[in-house]
Write a protein that binds this ligand. Structure first.
Ligand code: DGJ
Length: 743
């Protein structure tokens, strides 16, 4: 897309390209009409200075074949308004001549509230053959305030990660009212925003809206469980709604586990301004001289071949560069939450270890309820914060459970919620000053609990200590589920008050404190798999996922609901990170529940002893199948074939990089008599057209047979052009097909 920016550059002005030194770093000093292409393998974001040395975005989208052509783009733009050169700023300042939504708004030490940012220099650093980082320095000509815009490019994955560094050398602190991570500018005929909202057990409900003049905002002010109502993820189609395989689309997300704000502003030229960052709400930040403020990363990928390619870009990037052990392996598990809730003891648990082993999973995960004595954790009303084993339920402690698990031949993992406290706890009694609560007002609870104040280094030590103790006492602990069930009400920190720091730092310092703790945990225990959970999917983002191997998408494990929740999550997060458990939440048959859970990292949360003989046999076989096919699901490419929002059935296939192994999942998503479903062939994607594949229906329930002809071999071309008919019906509402290359 070439931008219709109201900036006019003279044809004669010279394009100053990056000066390549013999070394891999480049450096360019301030001069007029500098063009800075931020290029991935297929796309580019092109920035250029104007005659006044202000930087603007002149192009975003498919990259030009000749890099030097980028310098010419602005000559096509014919605008001369008095506001030319500010709408397209890559970091729009506030208080001077800007009239649109700013990226940054500050008050200087002398009380002046104007900011101007001009280009000074930029530098491109080659990190490796795939990754480069361009840092662009902007400065206020009148005040010693500077902003560095950082763009990290993952070329092959077509992903750009961007953030800003803010610094000043004024005599006293400056106040930052707004400090965005990203400010982008797009030009298209139309902009279609696909975004999400929801609540507990209703995550990732979709909205699609044509953006019109004015501002559309996605935000959270919830603090700890920030994404409960809305995640910081979205898809933006240009010109028209992109489909899986067609159209221009950007996927964007903010890597921040706290309050966020993403503004989409259609300006008076029908161009679109995007501003994404920490939510400025109640978060004015006082920045000391020479202190550097680093904003969170905004991560985006663009494709002009539809949402499918864009999401595969994101998956490839996330597995390789972001999610902890993203290209590694995962453990299947049996969780006791829905099987026992708080009602268990040693005997019951050791029985469950044996059940887990019989089932064939790798690990047993002990959930909530194992701790606290003065106020035992027998429900969600007490005990949170007191991380000592409950002597009544577990008289011999975790160590004993670990030994019993080992004896049973299964690994052992444990649930924690270390950021939270019940007022009915010893921790609350002893350290009320560690709790986020408004001292002048009545406490207000979410799930009977309050967050601890992670801006306080003592609290950080405490939270780190919870995990450190567990690992130190039980070095074989194989898994952690880290939960976070409450939002932040009455956001007030006794610690900040005592330090004389503004309360408006709390939301930001909380998240930074959380990352400090996670960093310490990962320095000491780099490998242990950890599940990110927040009363379901209330906190999922790419900063937290640096420390976690996987996340819990929702407490809602009804398989029909999960098809939709997993479908939407799959645009942003690869299957290896999706924790999908088979539970008794719904009465839908075990096969359907198992098949749906297999589309990610499979686990169980059921009473194994209540399974019928056939159900147990089916589950054992399913786990064997899963062992064989999980490399394709975890590391392969995902293709969405039939969208369940459009028709009452869903189909996807995964295919590995070698294109010799693929798995196709098909589901009927309605139980109505008139399903509205015609058993039509479904075309696969991502196979090799010239390879031949055998097809086998797997996960058949004992006593049932496939309706598909056995021993057939098809070419990839046939499967992708004609397709295959999974023959879904009321009796076959879930069908998994495995394709293996035949040589
Ligand atoms: C909320 C989680 O989403 C559940 O899986 C379970 O761990 C409970 N918390 C325990 O309190």
């Amino acid at each position: 897309m070439t931008l219709k920016i109201k900036t006019m550059f003279k044809k004669s002005q010279l394009f100053i390209s990056l000066i390549a030194f013999t070394c891999t770093n480049y450096f360019v000093q301030a001069q007029q009409n500098v063009t800075i292409p931020i290029e991935t393998a297929k796309n580019s974001l092109v920035l250029q200075t104007d005659k006044d040395n202000r930087l603007g975005i002149v192009h975003f989208g498919k990259k030009l074949l000749k890099t030097s052509d980028n310098a010419l783009i602005s000559q096509e733009l014919r605008y001369n308004d008095s506001n030319a050169g500010i709408y397209n700023s890559p970091y729009t300042p506030s208080g001077t001549w800007n009239l649109v939504e700013p990226a940054i708004q500050i008050t200087h030490a002398d009380g002046n509230s104007s900011l101007e940012l001009k280009y000074v220099s930029h530098q491109t650093i080659k990190i490796d053959d795939n990754v480069t980082q361009t840092n662009i320095l902007l400065k206020d000509p009148n005040y010693p305030v500077e902003v560095t815009l950082c763009y990290k490019v993952y070329a092959k994955e077509n992903v750009i990660e961007q953030w800003s560094l803010i610094k000043h050398q004024e005599k006293k602190n400056i106040l930052m009212q707004k400090y965005a991570s990203a400010n982008m500018y797009f030009s298209a005929d139309n902009y279609v925003l696909h975004h999400y909202h929801g609540g507990w057990a209703e995550e990732m409900k979709t909205e699609e809206t044509l953006l019109t003049a004015g501002i559309k905002t996605l935000d959270s002010k919830l603090g700890t469980r920030a994404n409960l109502f809305q995640p910081p993820t979205f898809m933006l189609s240009f010109d028209r709604q992109a489909t899986e395989d067609e159209g221009k689309v950007m996927l964007g997300t903010l890597a921040w586990s706290g309050n966020f704000k993403i503004d989409f502003e259609v300006d008076s030229y029908h161009n679109l301004r995007l501003l994404a960052g920490i939510n400025p709400h109640a978060s004015e930040y006082s920045l000391a001289p020479n202190q550097e403020f680093k904003t969170p990363s905004f991560i985006s990928t663009f494709s002009d071949n539809g949402k499918g390619e864009a999401s595969r870009n994101m998956h490839n990037w996330a597995r390789k560069y972001r999610i902890l052990d993203g290209e590694g392996s995962r453990l299947t598990l049996l969780n006791n939450w829905e099987a026992t809730y708080f009602d268990f003891d040693e005997q019951k648990l050791t029985g469950l270890f044996k059940d887990g082993k019989k089932l064939g999973v790798d690990l047993f995960l002990l959930d909530d309820g194992w701790f606290a004595n003065k106020y035992p954790r027998n429900g969600d009303v007490a005990g949170l914060g007191d991380w000592q084993e409950n002597r009544k339920k577990l008289p011999n402690g975790i160590g004993y459970l670990m030994k019993e698990a080992t004896k049973a031949g299964i690994k052992f993992g444990i649930w924690v919620e270390p950021e939270m406290v019940n007022p009915k706890s010893e921790l609350y009694e002893q350290h009320k000053d560690w709790v986020i609560r408004e001292p002048e007002r009545p406490e207000h609870y979410f799930r009977n609990q309050l967050p601890l104040d992670l801006s306080n280094p003592e609290v950080q030590d405490f939270v780190f200590g919870v995990l450190d103790n567990l690992f130190t006492k039980n070095p074989d602990l194989a898994f952690i589920k880290w939960d976070c069930n409450a939002v932040t009400y009455n956001a007030h920190s006794m610690y900040l008050q005592k330090q004389g720091l503004p309360q408006t730092h709390l939301y930001v310092e909380y998240v930074k404190g959380l990352y400090k703790v996670l960093e310490r945990i990962r320095t000491k225990f780099p490998k242990v798999p950890m599940m990110l959970c927040s009363g379901g999917g209330g906190r999922v983002d790419y900063e937290a996922l640096k420390y976690f191997t996987e996340f819990w998408l929702s407490d809602n494990t009804d398989p029909i609901e999960r098809i939709f929740i997993q479908w939407e999550n799959s645009y942003f997060y690869p299957a290896i990170a999706h924790c999908n458990h088979i539970t008794d939440w719904s009465k839908v048959g075990l096969k359907f529940r198992t098949d749906v859970a297999m589309m990610g990292k499979m686990g169980y949360d059921i009473v194994v002893s209540q399974l019928t003989e056939k159900e147990l046999e089916f589950s054992q076989k399913a786990l064997e199948n899963y062992k064989r096919i999980n490399p394709v699901i975890w590391k392969g490419n995902l293709y969405r074939l039939q969208n369940p929002w459009e028709k009452p059935f869903a189909s996807v296939n995964f295919c590995n990089e070698n294109q010799d192994h693929a798995v196709m999942f098909n589901y009927l998503t309605t139980n109505r008599f008139d399903t509205g479903y015609n058993p039509m062939p479904i075309k696969l994607k991502g196979l090799s057209p010239t390879k031949k594949y055998s097809v086998k229906e797997i996960n058949l329930f004992p006593g049932t047979t496939s309706t598909l002809k056995a021993d057939l071999v098809y070419t990839g071309d046939y499967l992708m052009t004609i397709g295959i008919n999974p023959e879904l019906s009321g009796r076959r509402s879930s069908v998994i097909l495995e394709f293996t290359e035949v040589k």
